[in-house]
Design a binder for this molecule. Structure first.
Ligand SMILES: Nc1ncnc2c1ncn2[C@@H]1O[C@H](COP(=O)(O)OP(=O)(O)OP(=O)(O)O)[C@@H](O)[C@H]1O
Length: 154
């Protein structure tokens, strides 16, 4: 990243990222814009405390989840550095895969594998009768999977 000039800025996030051992790929803003149709609202699949998440389609046909962090807030910067540091160094079948990041211009973007079925908590706790229903053996399997991922992270 430093070679490409992106980590040479004076902004605190760039300074912090210099200290992170990034084991991940780099995406250009152009690639991200092409995949999300310029962050089209139609492709917005979620919103977190400091981010918007978009669905994207890469030129090779792979689906991605594009997490655009708020570059204006300090928490956004911190989230970005934390997630990069935590997820980029870990691989587990029950953890979402981080494909890479984009820190071009004033953008802080994390690119993940795209996971179907939206938010797990909605399926587990949602009361909408038309939504996917999970039986108890399946719920147990999900809990065990989460526990295995947590045990791995510890
Ligand atoms: N890899 C993914 N594949 C599909 N959808 C995703 C993916 N990552 C996030 N989403 C969607 O975007 C929503 C917000 O994502 P996420 O919870 O990661 O944001 P956040 O900013 O970290 O939230 P928080 O406020 O918990 O920190 C999720 O609930 C989910 O619906």
């Amino acid at each position: 990243m430093r070679r490409m000039g992106w980590l040479g800025g004076k902004d605190p996030v760039y300074k912090e990222l210099r200290g992170v051992d990034l084991q991940t790929g780099l995406f250009t803003l152009r690639q991200i814009k092409a995949a999300t149709k310029n962050f089209d609202a139609v492709n917005k699949i979620g919103e977190g405390g400091f981010s918007c998440v978009y669905k994207g389609l890469q030129s090779d046909g792979t689906m991605i989840a594009v997490k655009q962090l708020s570059s204006k807030s300090k928490q956004g910067n911190r989230e970005f550095v934390n997630e990069m540091g935590l997820i980029s160094g870990h691989q587990h079948p029950n953890l979402v895969k981080l494909y890479g990041c984009c820190v071009e211009g004033n953008q802080l973007i994390l690119i993940y594998e795209y996971l179907e079925n939206n938010c797990l908590s909605r399926i587990l706790f949602g009361r909408d009768p038309n939504k996917t229903k999970l039986d108890w053996p399946t719920r147990t399997k999900i809990c065990l999977g989460i526990a295995k991922a947590l045990a791995y992270l510890h």
